[in-house]
Design a binder for this molecule. Structure first.
Ligand code: AP5
Length: 217
């Protein structure tokens, strides 16, 4: 399967993607994770993306489209889940053009729906492992030992863009530039699987699996 996971910042895209790929054997392609890896490597792209990410703004479309199309071309035949991409209508156009060229298409869009009020506490309480990328929450998904990754990697950290000010800007930008992507795919006739993501993590996963199982038939 080839899926897109849409939803506002903090909707649980990364959390659910990890579970989807475990069950269905695809790979997870997160534009945010790829950008953070580029920053860590201090690459040209990472340097260009830095100021946008730190303020919660979107990295320019041309950089993102090139980066993600390259990753998609290298993906195995088992399929993938795109997380955080496309995030603008221009990115949707770039993705669709590349897929059409390759004779491929997206099977479904999983649309995680959460009100803004629930998102603020999710993001300010998120803790991440800088080594393996595991994501926890200080209340909703606690590590076994406070502040430590369950896989023994060491100390968990807070993402620099998870401060209340930057989160507010990310939500504003989502409403202004990304929310329209759902309508873009609706108009094109793609399958959209709406999920109430304002529920416990395991319940959201169960709902996602139920809809994906029905889709696979
Ligand atoms: P990115 O890393 O993609 O951030 P995001 O979309 O804002 O999403 P997040 O990773 O913050 O949240 P998530 O939905 O994955 O939630 P998670 O599962 O972690 O992008 C970062 C930046 O990179 C952007 O601001 C931009 O600058 C740039 N960028 C990336 N892609 C781009 C693009 N395509 N174009 C331009 N720029 C781009 O969950 C959050 C927390 O909540 C966790 O602690 C989790 O444990 C908890 N949680 C999850 N689900 C639940 C639940 N159901 N109930 C309670 N808690 C929950």
């Amino acid at each position: 399967m080839k899926l897109i996971l849409l939803g506002p910042p903090g909707a649980g895209k990364g959390t659910q993607c990890k579970r989807i790929i475990e069950k269905y054997g695809m790979i997870h392609m997160s534009s945010g994770d790829i950008l953070r890896a580029e920053r860590k490597a201090n690459s040209d792209l990472g340097q260009k993306a830095q100021s946008y990410m730190d303020s919660g703004a979107l990295v320019p479309d041309d950089l993102i489209i090139d980066m993600m199309i390259k990753a998609i071309k290298e993906a195995p035949a088992s399929g993938y889940v795109l997380d955080g991409f496309p995030r603008t209508v221009a990115q949707g156009d770039g993705l669709d053009a590349a897929l059409a060229n390759a004779g491929e298409k997206i099977d479904a869009i999983v649309n995680l729906q959460v009100p803004n009020e629930a998102i603020i506490s999710r993001m300010t309480g998120r803790r991440c492992c800088p080594v393996c990328g595991a994501v926890y929450h200080i209340e909703n998904l606690k590590p076994k030992t406070e502040g430590q990754c369950d896989k023994g990697c060491g100390e968990l950290v807070q993402r620099p863009d998870d401060t209340p000010e930057v989160v507010a800007n990310r939500l504003k930008i989502y409403d202004e530039q990304t929310a329209a992507v759902v309508g873009y795919y609706q108009e094109k006739g793609n399958v959209i699987l709406d999920i109430d993501a304002n529920q416990e993590i395991d319940k959201v996963t169960a709902d996602v699996f139920e809809k994906l199982d029905a889709l696979k038939g």
